[in-house]
Write a new protein. Structure first.
Lengths: 470, 106
């Protein structure tokens, strides 16, 4: 029973099926007609460069690394579920490589990084099917001040668009209907991810060319806070698993969790490292990223060792991921000591968050909000504290550099806080609306019998581990 | 039902008294042995069922006492959780390859 089922029961007379459908259509139409508002601002002081091979190669390798994070995430999450649900869990990530991969090329990139609507909130339609990226091979430089090819940027960003909704799956495993998941990801990618990417990276409202001036190196807000908040809201609406908390089961395959964490760490070199968009200096975010992961892993294990007497494999994996989440908005903006502090503090915050969730027995099943939401929030705020003026050049980050100059790190912290709060509000409301619209057309959950049977068979007609296959 | 770590010594002890066929299945069980508490990301799981092995042998009546002694000695540790042996009669046995019946089939 999800939240909307409960509302139905209570307001059975007032809420009738045809009325709900009409309301849902109306909301969809409004969402689709996103209106251009204020004009976007122009860039200043950046020179035209020609495409550089090494820089572009960085993006291509980075794209491959980030893509690997999606199957890596599938393993990381898959190890936690029951064996009868592991394929469904992994499909919730794996399938998006298909769905979002196509959606991004068709319209997603354009909505995230286009300028067609002249809006600080959403891109445009001019890059439909990746049209107009400069030359038949799109090998022109992305923009003034960048030597990477436009296609490599579009490709790289597409990998981010794929993994972000995949992260949300962690909160909804073992009970969400795969059909509902399909439509949810499609709508969420268009109406939440793309606006977020536009607002933070695409010269939009929240970023250094917009009104708020927040900085986000590789996706603390766009990826981690967005997916974390969406997970929280969706988990609250869809409700707990029927086996939670009374018949909860331990992870069915902890080695998968370690494998997944290793792949994620490896891929994160691309996620953060290649977000420098320049090969000579990319080594810096590579270093801060890995250091933060190490600090996070160490911190979590030490915390467990002191508190529970034993460091755990799951804890080591989670601590590393928490450190990686925390450094994501900060990687190219902070010095090395800060990266250690960020890794350790994020691990601590997530450690506490996970215990709180356990205590209140909220079924964000795989701790998506506790790690990505909490970690992304702390990382975004710490970026304000630790960002170095020399690493936030004014020609690439005009408003942010100005805030740092005039208000110091505290000023930047305030800008980060504003961006975080706006992100929370936007993502929470938009996610709830999307689920509300979907609910008018299909059930969000599988039935109790299907939950019991196992979603691998129910949704995919497969069994992960058939003991009789030989 | 025996501890998994005792499989090799039980097998060796049975082979030593000329009992050369057995079937082993993974099992989870508990008797007086308490379960264990596992912790994953701050959530505790009480795991009552512990790993055991179910060893099944079919033997002629005259070997029963020897087999019981062999198994008991080999599987013993003195700690709670050593396991149990259940003895039950078998109506018939058939070797599928040749069609032998009764004790011939063992």
């Amino acid at each position: 029973m999800d939240t909307f089922d409960r509302w139905r029961e209570r307001f059975a007379d007032q809420l009738r099926e045809p009325q709900l459908r009409r309301l849902a259509f109306a909301l969809l139409a409004t969402g689709a007609g996103l209106l251009p508002l204020l004009a976007g601002s122009a860039q200043a002081g950046l020179s035209k460069m020609s495409t550089d091979g090494a820089d572009t190669l960085l993006m291509l390798i980075g794209s491959a690394l980030v893509l690997l994070m999606t199957p890596g995430l599938a393993f990381f999450y898959g190890g936690f579920t029951r064996s009868k649900n592991v394929l469904n869990c992994m499909m919730m990530s794996f399938f998006l490589m298909g769905l979002i991969g196509v959606l991004w090329v068709v319209i997603g990139y354009s909505l995230s990084f286009g300028m067609g609507f002249s809006s600080p909130f959403i891109g445009g339609l001019e890059h439909f099917m990746l049209n107009g990226l400069g030359g038949p091979l799109g090998d022109g430089p992305l923009a003034d001040g960048f030597a990477i090819s436009s296609t490599s940027f579009a490709l790289f960003q597409g990998m981010f668009a794929i993994i972000t909704p995949a992260l949300i799956s962690g909160a909804l495993v073992e009970r969400i209907s795969f059909k509902a998941w399909f439509w949810f990801c499609l709508l969420w990618s268009l109406f939440v991810y793309s606006p977020m990417a536009k607002m933070v990276w695409g010269g939009g409202f929240l970023g250094p060319f917009g009104s708020i001036g927040a900085i986000d190196f590789a996706g603390g807000t766009v990826v981690h806070i967005a997916s974390g908040v969406a997970a929280l809201v969706a988990a609250a609406i869809i409700g707990s698993r029927s086996t939670w908390p009374d018949s909860k089961r331990p992870p069915h395959n902890v080695p998968f969790i370690l494998l997944g964490a290793g792949l994620l760490w490896f891929g994160w070199f691309g996620f953060n490292g290649a977000s420098m968009f320049a090969s000579k200096t990319a080594g810096y975010p590579f270093l801060t990223t890995s250091t933060s992961a190490s600090a996070g892993l160490l911190a979590w294990c030490l915390l467990e060792w002191f508190k529970d007497g034993k460091p755990t494999a799951v804890g080591a994996a989670t601590g590393a991921v928490a450190g990686l989440v925390g450094i994501t908005p900060a990687a190219g903006f902070v010095y090395i000591p800060a990266s250690i502090i960020i890794g350790a503090l994020t691990a601590l915050a997530c450690f506490i968050a996970v215990r709180v969730k356990s205590a209140i027995q909220f079924d964000d099943s795989l701790d998506t909000f506790m790690v990505h939401g909490v970690g992304g929030t702390l990382g975004a705020l710490l970026t304000g504290f630790f960002a170095q003026k020399t690493l936030v050049p004014a020609d690439y980050f005009p408003l942010s550099a100005k805030i740092l100059e005039e208000g110091g790190n505290f000023g930047l912290f305030v800008a980060q806080l504003k961006a975080v709060l706006i992100t929370y509000g936007f993502v929470a409301i938009a996610t709830a609306l999307i689920l509300f619209v979907l609910r008018a057309f299909m059930p969000l959950r599988v039935t109790a019998e299907e939950e019991d049977r196992g979603l691998d068979f129910v949704a995919h007609g497969e069994e992960a581990y058939d003991p009789m296959t030989n | 039902m025996i501890r998994p770590s005792k499989l090799d010594s039980v097998k060796d002890a049975l082979v030593a008294i000329d009992i050369v066929g057995m079937t082993v299945t993974d099992a989870r069980g508990f008797g007086r042995q308490k379960g264990q508490v596992e912790r994953y990301r701050g959530t505790e799981f009480k795991v009552d069922f512990l790993s055991k092995l179910k060893v099944m042998i079919i033997i002629p009546d005259e070997k029963l006492e020897a087999a019981l002694t062999a198994i008991t000695t080999a599987a013993h540790t003195g700690e709670i959780g050593d396991g149990k042996i259940f003895v039950s009669p078998v109506e018939d046995a058939i070797r599928i390859r040749t069609g032998d019946r009764g004790t011939e089939a063992l």
